[in-house]
Design a protein around this ligand. Structure first.
Ligand SMILES: Cc1cc2nc3c(=O)[nH]c(=O)nc-3n(C[C@H](O)[C@H](O)[C@H](O)COP(=O)(O)OP(=O)(O)OC[C@H]3O[C@@H](n4cnc5c(N)ncnc54)[C@H](O)[C@@H]3O)c2cc1C
Length: 411
């Protein structure tokens, strides 16, 4: 069902979720399986699910190599990937296990590659250390001094996953209300009341979870959380992709990644052979001029003001100025981007690329300018806020959903 419930009896629910991205959908799917016959509603401001991060990402089913052993992010990724593959199989959503090669481009990256190997083994990730001969067998065109091959990494269309989740939720009696922008929330100990933009009937729930992605801090503020209590702000980062032409795309078999810089939660510009067969290079990480502004120069003055008025934004850029300027330069100069890409695949030039649609990451930044790289939740009476759900949250979504459903049950 894709409309606003109107009668009194249909406006009170056991669980209400804000946001029909993959996190909201995964929570709804999990909760309905555990509470058959329960009354659940998802409020989504757009006309469809997955309109933002969940439908505009790289589509990689991550294996869990990058995250600190024992962290929630590592555990959820390894478990979540297995759950996601089982869901896709059961619901006829195509996915492919293509394998990923992480490449140390020179000797200076060998130490970080060894650390990744250690993390991967501690996280139970299947992996193989590769010398140059083995790398040439796996990805003949790649250049580097050593690598790690992760045979279980895969690709999927997370937008298609979201549609399958929506179908399963509706099949289990859950409701989705599109075009329903939450503008105020009243959270009490045992109930939550929502006011919807343009709607005159408030929605009530015994429990609620807000998973609003790029708008997570604003939704928290509209529930009455003060800036001081939140101590974070969503700073949007564009992730731009360049698509390889047909000829150049033949040079990539699966997924090729550089060794990431551990100071940042981003993975570096990589090549992804998507589930549709196209090969994209990216995403980079450059400040976005608006949280939902996907065209390059489109700007939201309100979003820009929110970012620049946050002290954490300035501290972040002051600390990482060289990296930020490098990313911005490669975003503006197609030749510079091609040169960076050619460090992994020699011989690529800007003529091999055309611009592909960009995504925007919701990156939580604290007052000190630190990028928060794990999930952040905050309880407010019967309402739970998901304030940061960074990559690989799409891969991990079903495990995150299970964790959050337990969290509200225990309350
Ligand atoms: C460029 C890029 C590449 C990525 N690559 C990968 C990858 O390869 N693998 C991976 O696992 N992860 C990846 N990620 C991360 C992953 O996409 C996100 O972590 C995940 O989609 C977050 O889901 P979400 O539901 O929290 O947010 P979203 O998908 O952004 O959903 C939030 C929803 O809330 C709605 N909403 C907001 N405010 C309101 C309101 N007031 N009222 C009602 N509704 C509201 C929005 O319209 C939106 O639909 C990538 C992300 C990006 C941006």
């Amino acid at each position: 069902m894709a409309h606003m419930p109107t009668t009194d009896s249909s406006t009170s629910f056991d669980l209400v979720l804000v946001g029909a991205g993959i996190i909201g959908l995964a929570i709804a799917y999990t909760w309905l399986r555990e509470n058959p016959g329960g009354r659940l509603l998802i409020l989504e401001k757009e006309a469809r699910c997955a309109a933002h991060q969940s439908g505009r990402n790289s589509g990689v089913l991550h294996s869990g190599i990058y995250y600190a052993p024992g962290s929630r992010r590592a555990q959820n990724c390894v478990r979540g990937k297995a759950m996601m593959e089982a869901f896709c199989t059961a619901n006829q959503v195509p996915f492919r296990t293509v394998g990923k090669l992480i490449v140390a481009r020179d000797e200076t990256e060998l130490g970080r590659l060894a650390e990744l190997e250690r993390r991967g083994l501690a996280n139970g990730v299947e992996l193989e250390r590769c010398n140059t001969a083995r790398m040439a067998e796996l990805e003949p065109e790649v250049r580097g001094v050593a690598g790690l091959f992760l045979p279980r990494t895969g690709v999927v269309d997370f937008g298609a996953v979201c549609l399958a989740l929506q179908k399963a939720i509706e099949g289990a009696g859950g409701e989705l209300s599109f075009g329903s922008k939450v503008q105020r929330i009243h959270a009490e100990t045992n109930s939550v009341r929502f006011e919807i933009e343009g709607g005159d009937t408030p929605i009530t729930a015994r429990r609620a979870i807000a998973c609003a992605g790029l708008q997570a801090d604003r939704v928290a503020r509209c529930a009455g959380l003060r800036a001081g209590e939140l101590n974070l702000r969503i700073v949007p980062f564009r992730g731009e992709y360049q698509r390889l032409g047909e000829e150049a795309a033949r040079r990539v078999r699966g997924l090729i990644y550089p060794v990431p810089d551990p100071r940042f939660p981003f993975l570096g510009v990589h090549f992804t052979r998507r589930i549709c067969g196209r090969v994209d290079c990216g995403p980079n990480a450059v400040p976005a001029l608006g949280r939902e502004c996907y065209e390059r120069w489109s700007t939201s003055p309100r979003d820009l003001a929110t970012s620049v008025s946050w002290p954490g934004t300035w501290r972040l850029f002051a600390r990482h100025a060289p990296m930020a300027f490098g990313e911005a330069w490669r975003s503006l100069s197609a030749a510079a981007f091609a040169r960076e890409a050619a460090r992994l695949l020699p011989g690529l030039t800007q003529q091999d690329f055309s611009t592909a649609p960009a995504g925007i990451r919701a990156q939580a930044v604290d007052r000190k300018g630190r990028l928060l790289d794990d999930y952040v939740t905050r309880r407010q009476g019967a309402l739970l806020h998901v304030l940061n759900a960074p990559s690989p949250a799409a891969t991990s979504s079903l495990a995150i959903g299970r964790y959050l459903v337990r969290l509200i049950k225990d309350n």
